[in-house]
Design a protein around this ligand. Structure first.
Ligand code: G3I
Length: 383
């Protein structure tokens, strides 16, 4: 009898342990589930990322899982630029851009076309062209063909990219030189004709800075006064840890939206490595030097915390003005893929995004989520 009781007790204990164990496993896996940015901010603004070629082609296994979980908007990092989509005078290559559209459709991700008119990454044939008529023909054909093909397929276009200097004057470029400073308005007019239901944006870096912002506002007013549609301004948001210009960002949100425009943060990343200038002019280069690459073996905790703090404060600011902000897009999925590993110094180890090289969320990711959890709309904090 005692033996039978003992066996019964043993069986009961075993079952209890088994159930307890499986429950605690469930609890742990529930606890460990990573929140989704697109879900957390679904009532606030779209959350986007830039995608590179392996990601668009779903050859990057980590991104294939993470991107649809986290993002509801995407911008092709390179493949819609003229150099790639329009490699020869009368030849276009739509292969990758079409894949991007399919990827967006399949994953419920809105595509922002990037970019129709940019002085940089032009096809090689453009550098041999000297006469204004040929530049005009390229400009017109390019916009009509590319914007026309993706009409109704992309949600929006960065129609013109980086047309301004830091002092707010028009940047010297083949377009300014050959077509005059109405080229920006003309680009919007042509895109509107080719793709009538697509949102149209002007996109730049440092256009939260006072002088460049003033130039950007002049540019927008010029487009509007010509009776041409512009729907939004993209502030790229290539900033530096500990030096994020919160006041200028807030003023820019207010001033751009006062023009009747949507405001977007279109290429967000926060650089953690030493650099003595701001912005994102890809022509600026600095020679490699070990002192400029200090975190090859990992990011010190103090910098990690500062990065997280900067991201938290940024998202608090975005939430405060969520009625004016339509999208926040990160310039890359994970740290290892960021363009900042190669610019302005080649071969560095940078950490500017929310996901690390293994696609794991970083402290900055959780601070961004916390910004939403703790958001108090009446708080008047200045950042
Ligand atoms: O096309 C060649 C390819 O054939 C070759 O295999 C590869 C090897 O290095 O180089 C490829 O081109 C590079 C391209 O990225 C694709 O990786 C270019 O040299 C390189 O200059 C290019 O950099 C891009 C840069 O724009 C210039 O287009 C960056 O990835 C991209 O992040 C960056 O994005 C810009 C935005 O469009 C506008 N705002 C600033 C932002 C950062 O510079």
């Amino acid at each position: 009898m005692v033996n039978r009781l003992r066996s019964l007790l043993f069986v009961i204990t075993f079952i209890t342990l088994l159930v307890g164990c499986s429950n605690s496993q469930k609890a742990t896996s529930k606890k460990e589930e990573t929140p989704s940015l697109k879900e957390v901010f679904k009532n606030d603004f779209l959350i986007g990322t830039a995608l590179n070629t392996p990601q668009i082609e779903e050859k990057d296994a980590g991104a294939a899982v993470l991107v649809p979980q986290q993002f509801n908007a995407a911008t092709p990092e390179n493949i819609m630029k003229a150099q790639i989509i329009h490699p020869e005078w009368s030849r276009y290559d739509f292969d990758l851009a079409d894949k991007m559209i399919d990827y967006g459709k399949k994953n419920n991700i809105l595509i922002n076309g990037h970019t129709l008119i940019w002085h940089s990454q032009l096809p090689r044939f453009m550098y041999g062209i000297k006469d204004a008529d040929s530049v005009k023909q390229f400009f017109t054909d390019h916009i009509k063909t590319v914007a026309g093909r993706y009409s109704g397929k992309v949600f929006s276009w960065d129609v013109v990219n980086e047309a301004l200097n830091e002092d707010g004057t028009m940047r010297k470029s083949i377009f300014l030189d050959k077509l005059g400073d109405d080229f920006v308005t003309e680009a919007f007019r042509l895109t509107q004709e080719a793709s009538p239901n697509t949102e149209l944006y002007y996109n730049d870096y440092n256009n939260e800075q006072p002088q460049k912002r003033a130039g950007c506002i002049r540019l927008v007013k010029k487009i509007q006064e010509a009776g041409v549609r512009i729907d939004g301004v993209g502030i790229q948001g290539h900033w530096h840890v500990g030096k994020v210009p919160f006041d200028d960002i807030e003023k820019s949100i207010l001033e751009y939206s006062a023009l009747g425009l949507k405001v977007m943060f279109t290429e967000l990343d926060i650089e953690v490595l030493p650099r003595n200038f701001s912005g994102a002019d890809i022509n600026q280069r600095v020679a490699s030097n070990p002192s400029l690459n200090p975190y090859v073996n990992g990011l010190p905790d103090s910098v990690q915390q500062q990065l997280a703090q900067d991201y938290e404060n940024l998202f608090k600011l975005f939430l405060k003005h969520k009625d004016k902000i339509s999208r926040v897009t990160f310039w890359g999925v994970n740290d290892g893929q960021s363009w900042l590993n190669g610019w302005p110094v080649r071969g560095r180890t940078n950490y500017p995004l929310l996901f690390d090289r293994e696609y794991k969320p970083k402290p900055a990711f959780f601070k961004v989520i916390e910004a939403k959890k703790n958001f108090n709309p009446t708080e008047k904090k200045s950042f």
